[in-house]
Design a protein around this ligand. Sequence first.
Ligand SMILES: C[S@@+](CC[C@H](N)C(=O)[O-])C[C@H]1O[C@@H](n2cnc3c(N)ncnc32)[C@H](O)[C@@H]1O
Length: 185
Amino acid sequence: MLRDVLVNEIGLHRQSHARALELQGYDAVALSGGGRSVVGLDVCDAVIQRARQRSSASDVAFVSADFFTWAAPEPFHLILDYTFFCALDPSVRPAWAARMEELLRPDGELITLMYLPQDQDSGPPYNTTVLDYEEVLNPLGFVIESIEDNDVAVEPRKGLEKIARWKKTAAGAETSTTDKPSDNL
Ligand SMILES: C[S@@+](CC[C@H](N)C(=O)[O-])C[C@H]1O[C@@H](n2cnc3c(N)ncnc32)[C@H](O)[C@@H]1O
């Protein structure tokens, strides 16, 4: 279960994760509990309505808004991008990274649950690699702290999903993807 992965491997119980944002509605429930205040965001009203109906968690606010223009009340300690990146046209990826930086506290943590399809003629989802994430996040100082296969991926996506934790470091801003390419694809 995604929640178990987040608690056991990501240390979700930590106090430093007091305010969390999840990109794609329902999976916000996986972040709930522990006194955290969680926002589940999706631009699609129907997705948000469904998430509200399925969830009984009182500490999750489901918001229907555009990630790129949403007026967040304050920056987050933790953001979980649940296969959002691969749904975006590749030309938008640098704006995605800039927005992540804006929405996260400077000491915040970004977690990306990455679906990495390679056989798409178009999208969404678009063909995506870990290097695609690094190309837009490394210049902003985000570096991978850990990366694992997502063992709880749904059957058709087994072997095609990874979970990465990103930390913003001053040194990271100087690390180019050419200097330090990911060997995880
Ligand atoms: C690939 S789906 C992710 C669904 C689910 N997490 C999964 O893996 O099956 C992409 C989601 O991104 C949402 N989306 C697309 N553009 C968005 C935007 N600009 N702001 C917020 N949500 C957006 C869509 O409504 C859709 O629910």
